[in-house]
Design a binder for this molecule. Structure first.
Ligand SMILES: Cc1cc2nc3c(=O)[nH]c(=O)nc-3n(C[C@H](O)[C@H](O)[C@H](O)COP(=O)(O)OP(=O)(O)OC[C@H]3O[C@@H](n4cnc5c(N)ncnc54)[C@H](O)[C@@H]3O)c2cc1C
Length: 152
């Protein structure tokens, strides 16, 4: 079930980088975190409807009057994340990006069921997001070196 009142993230990189759009135009990036692919959600039907939901959310923040000024638009749904980028179920943040599945509650870096196997990345402890993933890599590398008897 998709919420009708999603949180979202909006960025206008053209404010600080004028190569992002032709003169007099802006490049807007809007991220609306939603469910991974699920049998209850048919993105071929939801995409257009949900575009309107996102535009309504922007208007609530005072970013209205956008739709008729859009010259080019690209929407990526979980379907494309899975089919084009190979992300399982289009779940770009892996497990849930919330306290119930973050930090020590994520799968551990030293794989618990096979010796000599290590996990790394957004689906692993401590969680998703680039700074956290770099930390995940650091932890996995340290554990690997420890197990090999090498100084980290
Ligand atoms: C739209 C969006 C905005 C984001 N914004 C931010 C942000 O502002 N700040 C932030 O910190 N994080 C952000 N993130 C999250 C961050 O990008 C991810 O958490 C991070 O990229 C995950 O890194 P990863 O190395 O675990 O996986 P990925 O970056 O997904 O890398 C996994 C790679 O494995 C490849 N692959 C998959 N299956 C196979 C296979 N069978 N064989 C070989 N290769 C395979 C995939 O093609 C992919 O290249 C954002 C994510 C998205 C989608």
């Amino acid at each position: 079930m998709l919420t009708e009142d999603p949180s979202f993230y909006i960025e206008n990189p053209s404010r600080t980088d004028d190569t992002m759009a032709p003169a007099g135009h802006s490049a807007l990036y809007v991220l609306v975190p939603l469910s991974h692919q699920h049998p209850n959600i048919d993105w071929s039907k939801e995409c257009d409807r949900y575009r309107q939901v996102a535009l309504r959310q922007l208007a609530k923040l005072g970013v209205g009057d956008i739709e008729k000024r859009i010259r080019f638009e690209r929407i990526v749904t979980p379907v494309e994340w899975e089919s084009k980028v190979g992300i399982y179920r289009g779940a770009t943040f892996n497990l849930a990006h919330n306290l119930g599945q973050m930090l020590h509650l994520r799968p551990q870096n030293r794989f618990e069921e096979f010796d000599g196997m290590y996990l790394v990345g957004g689906g692993t402890h401590p969680g998703s997001g680039l700074p956290v993933i770099f930390e995940s890599a650091r932890i996995s590398a340290r554990l690997l070196l420890e197990d090999l008897g090498q100084a980290a």
